[in-house]
Design a protein around this ligand. Structure first.
Ligand SMILES: [Zn+2]
Length: 334
């Protein structure tokens, strides 16, 4: 019995579609609620190669909706990309997986997508989506946008050169605090499941060459409203018309407040490597420190610092970028 028998029986996909999936390469960007479910669908469906990209590690409040992780991953403080790869490799050992523990930024984004057929969005913030959109439009990569908050979600495919891009849809970046985020509105795991499933379905269609004309799908699982609307391409779009990719230019600060986390991420301005063992020795004098193969956690000054080998830090216990930067300067200094 073939692993994919039920899916091959589905006529619009069939043997030919399955064959295409098996030679396809996909990057799932962000492995939170949406991304872990998208990766789960694509890997089970037999996509030949999946790059699993996330900057964060597994925490207890992820388990309500992030279906690839369990309590052991929380205890081990595994990066989500690593935990996802471990779980998915037990589900399907016939496909290739690549875990990347990295922040998707102007500096990394093009390298993460340039050798894949399709990019699928599992992100949780607008800033990074603008960066991803710029990179995808620049390189002509198709991508599937999806977002979810509360009981509401939306999905749109971006086909560079053929239809509107994410910047056409959203316009200028919303000012911080002006749109509901998982900070203020929470999120239902059922809404996430529907949005992620729609994203994965659009991904499968694109991979086997049966894409619909791009349109925005919106839904609310609480009020049972579903819509599909055509989105025009913006004639003045910075990204897909003017090709002015300003989100691919270095951000001055390298500081990002993380959605719903009471945490700030600090990225070093220049590429540096942090010796986690050395940092462990240094910081052990100041507070409780633990370390695994991928990261180090230190409880200092009422905050928890998580340090990665690329000298990136996630500082929990504050939403204040200035305080986070000062802790970083004092204890990491990279
Ligand atoms: Zn555009």
């Amino acid at each position: 019995m073939s692993r994919y028998a039920k899916q091959v029986l589905f006529k619009p996909l069939g043997e030919a579609g399955q064959k295409k999936l098996s030679t396809s390469r996909v990057a799932v960007i962000g492995l939170g609620a949406l991304g872990s479910m998208i990766a789960n669908h694509l890997v089970r469906a037999g996509v030949g190669y999946t790059r699993l990209v996330d900057r964060d590690f597994v925490e207890l409040d992820n388990l309500q909706r992030q279906v690839l992780y369990d309590e052991d991953d929380v205890k081990a403080a595994l990066p989500k990309a690593v935990a996802a790869e471990r779980r998915l490799s037990k589900i399907n050992s016939e496909v290739r997986l690549e875990a990347r523990v990295v922040d998707v930024s102007h500096a990394t984004v093009e390298g993460l997508i340039q050798d894949v057929d399709l990019v699928v969005d599992g992100l949780d913030n607008f800033e990074t989506r603008f960066t991803l959109n710029d990179a995808c439009v620049k390189l002509g990569k198709r991508w599937v946008y999806g977002g979810c908050v509360g009981s509401y979600g939306m999905v749109m495919t971006v086909l560079p050169g053929e239809g509107p891009c994410f910047a056409c849809l959203v316009g200028e970046k919303p000012a911080p605090g002006s749109s509901p985020t998982c900070d203020t509105a929470g999120v239902l795991n059922t809404a996430v499941a529907v949005v992620a499933s729609l994203e994965a379905t659009e991904a499968l269609k694109l991979l086997i060459g049966k894409a619909e004309p791009p349109a925005l799908q919106t839904l609310d699982v609480w009020s049972n409203q579903w819509q599909r609307v055509k989105v025009p391409r913006s004639e003045a779009c910075d990204a897909c018309v003017k090709r002015n990719f300003r989100h691919l230019v270095a951000a001055p600060s390298g500081t990002a407040v993380l959605c719903g986390r009471n945490a700030v991420q600090i990225s070093p301005v220049n590429a540096v490597t942090l010796d986690l063992a050395e940092a462990e020795r240094r910081l052990s004098a100041l507070g409780k420190v633990r370390r695994n193969e991928y990261l180090l956690k230190a409880s200092i000054d009422g905050c928890e610092l998580t340090l990665f080998p690329d000298a990136r830090a996630i500082i929990q216990g504050t939403n204040d970028p200035a305080r986070a930067r000062s802790l970083y300067a004092r204890y990491v200094g990279a």
